[in-house]
Ligand binder design. Structure first.
Ligand code: LER
Ligand code: MN
Length: 272
């Protein structure tokens, strides 16, 4: 099992990013706890000092699993469903820049909040087509650069577009690229899926990336999600991707990072 942890140089107080601060220090801390990778959340990927990050990863024998792109929506308001073509183009451009960085550091790129929202439910198709156009352009570039894109199902309180496994698979099949995979997050699944386990099974070979957080967005073990049965299903479908912890940094970032790792790692050892 490949465990990863979300890190960011800066993140909002209530953002579900565990380790915050200097990238080198976050990477070192993650490695010391036992993580195999880090997930970097960044708004402008051009601001990353790639050499410094690669060097810290090399020294600490750790990799970058994924780039989280949601700040592009939260901070800059960029989305694939914006009625303004110029904003949609900027959103695509931002993800293409993430792909350039991801290629250099051998990571995948997450598309979560940046797919946007359906602004008028009576015009669902129009907004869906905007997103499909953007995703097609992104996937064409991702294929050329050999970078995987992970499309995340997000709960109804954050968006009304692609809330669950079924809706995620529907879009993925429309784009029809081996480089576009489904990304599931246990926090969102706990709200949207009738059965987390059955939905993971339904995702099957399309599942490319996972976020683990408990029902309250705290570290796994702090809420009521049954991670033991989730790990059993992941084993059953031969899931080989990363599991990245995307939790609130509570009660402290260090405690969340350690407790998440210890809890999930112990369950894994019990099952495998
Ligand atoms: C992004 O991965 C996500 O899960 C969102 O809920 C963060 O706001
Ligand atoms: Mn997530």
């Amino acid at each position: 099992m490949k465990l990863s942890i979300s890190i960011a140089e800066n993140a909002g107080e209530n953002a579900p990013i565990v380790l915050r601060g200097n990238y080198g220090e976050c990477i070192k801390k993650a490695s010391e706890i036992g993580y195999k990778a880090v997930e970097i959340h960044v708004n402008n990927p051009l601001a990353l000092n790639i050499e410094e990050i690669m060097n810290a990863c090399y020294l600490n024998k750790i990799s970058v699993s994924t780039l989280g792109t949601g700040m592009g929506y939260v901070i800059d308001g960029l989305s694939f469903t914006d009625p303004d073509l110029a904003i949609r183009e900027k959103a695509v451009e931002r993800i293409l820049t993430h792909i350039n960085v991801a290629k250099k550091i051998n990571a995948g790129v997450i598309v979560g909040s940046m797919r946007g929202k359906i602004l008028d439910i009576n015009e669902y198709k129009k907004y869906e087509n905007y997103a499909i156009e953007c995703l097609k352009e992104i996937l064409e570039y991702a294929e050329k650069n050999n970078v995987e894109i992970f499309l995340e199902a997000i709960n109804r309180y954050e968006t009304n577009f692609i809330n669950n496994v079924e809706e995620g698979l529907e879009i993925i099949k429309k784009i029809n690229s081996n480089y576009l995979k489904l990304h599931l997050d246990t926090f969102h699944m706990n709200i949207e899926e009738p059965s987390i386990e059955q939905s993971i099974e339904l995702a099957g070979k399309y599942l490319g990336h996972l976020h683990f957080a408990d029902s309250n967005r705290w570290y796994p073990g702090a809420g009521h999600i049954n991670f033991e049965s989730i790990i059993k299903i992941l084993k059953k479908i031969n899931y080989e991707g990363f599991i990245a912890f995307e939790c609130l940094p509570w009660p402290t970032q260090d405690e969340a990072a350690v407790k998440a790792f210890e809890y999930v790692n112990a369950l894994y050892e019990k099952i495998y």
